[in-house]
Design a protein around this ligand. Sequence first.
Ligand code: FAD
Ligand code: NAP
Length: 463
Amino acid sequence: MAPRCWRWWHWSTWRRTRPPLPGSTPSFRQRFSTQEQPPQICVVGSGPAGFYTAQHLLKHHPQAHVDIYEKQLVPFGLVRFGVAPDHPEVKNVINTFTQTARSARCAFRGNVVVGRDVAVPELRAAYHAVVLSYGAEDHRALEIPGEELPGVFSARAFVGWYNGLPENRELAPDLSCDTAVILGQGNVALDVARILLTPPEHLEKTDITEAALGVLRQSRVKTVWIVGRRGPLQVAFTIKVPRPRKRLTELLLRTATEKPGTEDAARQAPASRAWGLRFFRSPQQVLPSPDGRRAAGIRLAVTRLEGVGEAARAVPTGDTEDLPCGLVLSSVGYKSRPIDPSVPFDPKLGVIPNMEGRVVDVPGLYCSGWVKRGPTGVIATTMTDSFLTGQMLLQDLKAGLLPPGPRPGYAAIEALLSSRGVQPVSFSDWEKLDAEEVSRGKGAGKPREKLLDPQEMLGLLGR
Ligand SMILES: Cc1cc2nc3c(=O)[nH]c(=O)nc-3n(C[C@H](O)[C@H](O)[C@H](O)COP(=O)(O)OP(=O)(O)OC[C@H]3O[C@@H](n4cnc5c(N)ncnc54)[C@H](O)[C@@H]3O)c2cc1C
Ligand SMILES: NC(=O)c1ccc[n+]([C@@H]2O[C@H](COP(=O)([O-])OP(=O)(O)OC[C@H]3O[C@@H](n4cnc5c(N)ncnc54)[C@H](OP(=O)(O)O)[C@@H]3O)[C@@H](O)[C@H]2O)c1
């Protein structure tokens, strides 16, 4: 295994060797366990990890108070800004999150960037425990020549654009080309391919932004290739069909290796758009147009597998293939960023080193979700993982391992934020923005028209 820049410490060792925290005497523990001191806990990030952690803490500790800090003005993380617009049923989790946020013992503090507006040590001083659930806000780079050319986008930015993430609202991808290539064969790649290929009229009743819909209506993209460096057995995407995986794999293999028969070809001929999977191809270089000003193709290294099954590695054979295209979407995974110099971070794995959610070597600091285990897994996986972090935190609380005495919680942070000119927004502020979005969507028969401009949102809230 690659060397890590941090050290694993088994939690049980830490618990045995660490001197007791000042005040963590039996009488203190007894006091805490009789719950006379409502524990003040804060969670950083309001995606599924943040909300499920908060839900667990509130459910299993009758007095705990949880503040959820969020950098955006709006809650729900990737449920709002990641999940595809044509999968509205996935967004039903928002109902559960809303119930949590409306609890009298929970408060949403939006428009606060932790690590910039307030430092993690400041939160740790104000709360008994801090849970970092800030997800993965970056994308993995391809690290190949030409990656910076116009016409090359990360799938993360493209998804953010059609889902109304404020930082991506100006993306305006040029869809005037004939062929798009998506690099990577995960579920995000499939989402992006579907959005590129779906007739725009089928997206009109979703919560896709009107601006994205306008660009998609003008799209001339006819062919989408989804390129993987390994084979059909190693694809990362999952397909919800009632077919055994073996049958699915056979189908993929056949599609990959055989030309369509006459009947299939006749059926496919009238289709105005087509897509295909390309296996055993690893991105080597984005090829520039003759004037060097934009992407015009991609050079792929032909690969073969070394090893078997899901662990097999792709190694280049030495052959290459050039694929002309005007749009390259790199969908090779998301990546977490370090949040604060005081918080350990493993840059190679892109996670906060932790033992079941307890941040290694930092008592009172926890993590959950993608920043805890890396940028993979669906909402249900994130839920299980966040409940586990919540459980560890409550165990430590019960064992008297968290700082003793009362903590000021938000009162201290509010004063800091105010002195720094930061204007947090509350959950009821979000409910006003939500109502505005729903009302703007009504005319067009959409569930909502998302607000894209933070200044406009603040204006609507009278700030
Ligand atoms: C494009 C895409 C589509 C997906 N579709 C599905 C799907 O259909 N079904 C499914 O089950 N799963 C889906 N997933 C997976 C699912 O979204 C994740 O499992 C889940 O969102 C991870 O939760 P999280 O809370 O760790 O991260 P996030 O959802 O990213 O939440 C992190 C939150 O932290 C906030 N934050 C970041 N930095 C700071 C900071 N410095 N200060 C304060 N707040 C901060 C962010 O703004 C964000 O709100 C999808 C993922 C992607 C990328
Ligand atoms: N509908 C849904 O439920 C849904 C929708 C979207 C996302 N999600 C979830 O969100 C998570 C993230 O999805 P994701 O698609 O971003 O990531 P992912 O599932 O990890 O897929 C990443 C893809 O990129 C490839 N890749 C990585 N590095 C590469 C490189 N350097 N060169 C070429 N290819 C490279 C991987 O190939 P290798 O396997 O060879 O590394 C893999 O095919 C997943 O767990 C996914 O299930 C779920």
